[in-house]
Design a protein around this ligand. Sequence first.
Ligand SMILES: Cc1cc2nc3c(=O)[nH]c(=O)nc-3n(C[C@H](O)[C@H](O)[C@H](O)COP(=O)(O)O)c2cc1C
Length: 209
Amino acid sequence: MKHPSPPPPKPAGGAPIDKLAWKPGNVLSPVPVVLVSCGGEGARPNIITIAWTGSICSDPAMLSISVRPERYSFGLIEATREFVVNVPTSRQAKIVDWCGMVSGSRVDKFAETGLTPAPALQVACPIILECPINIECRVQQLLPLGTHTLLLAEIVAVQVTSAFLDSRGKFRLDRAGLLAYGLGQYFALGPEIGRFGFSVRKPKRRPRS
Ligand SMILES: Cc1cc2nc3c(=O)[nH]c(=O)nc-3n(C[C@H](O)[C@H](O)[C@H](O)COP(=O)(O)O)c2cc1C
C-alpha cells in the first residue's frame, strides 16, 4: 500500500536557505533537561540537573545520562549504582537551573528548593514528588568518554502524577507543561501538533447524515 506523501518543505517566502559552518560541538537541540535524584541510604539525597540524557533501548527499557566524574552526584551514583530521572515542568525551570549551578556537597538541594523527596518503588534514592514523570534506574554500564562518563541504565520502575491522566486514562504530556533545553536556553513545550504515524494515517470519513 502506498503511503500518502507529506507536502514538500518550502523555505519561508521562497527565499534561499543560507548555511554557516560551525565547529563541531554539542548543538543537538532541543533536548529534555531533567532533575536526577541520587544518594539516599546513608548519604543525603541530592539533585543534579542533566541535559545529556536519552532513551536508548525498548526491551530492556533503558536510558542514559552523561555525567562529569568530578560532579558530587557522580560519586553518589557510582556508589549506589542507582538514580531517578525526574522530568520537570516549565514552571520548575528556575529550580532546574539552580540545581545545575550549586553543588550538593555544600547545600541540601531538597531543603533549599522545597522539592519533596518521596519513596521510589525499586531504588533507595528518592523520587522528586513535584515532577510529573519519575523514572527509576539501575546502572548497568559506565563508559568513560572523555570529559563525561556515559551511564547506561535499566529502567526498573516508573511513576507518573495521576492528575495528568485524562478521563480515558491517557497521560496528557501537553497538560504537564514540559521543559526543553538547547544552546543554553530553556523553552516551554508548545501544544501537541500530531501523533505517532499521523503523516500516513487516512483521515476518518465523516458518517453521511
Ligand atoms: C541546563 C544544565 C544542564 C546540565 N547538564 C549536565 C549534564 O548533562 N552532565 C553533567 O555532568 N552536568 C550537567 N550540568 C551541570 C551540573 O548540573 C552541575 O555541575 C551541578 O551543580 C552538579 O551538582 P552536584 O555537585 O550536586 O553533583 C548541567 C547544568 C545545567 C544548568
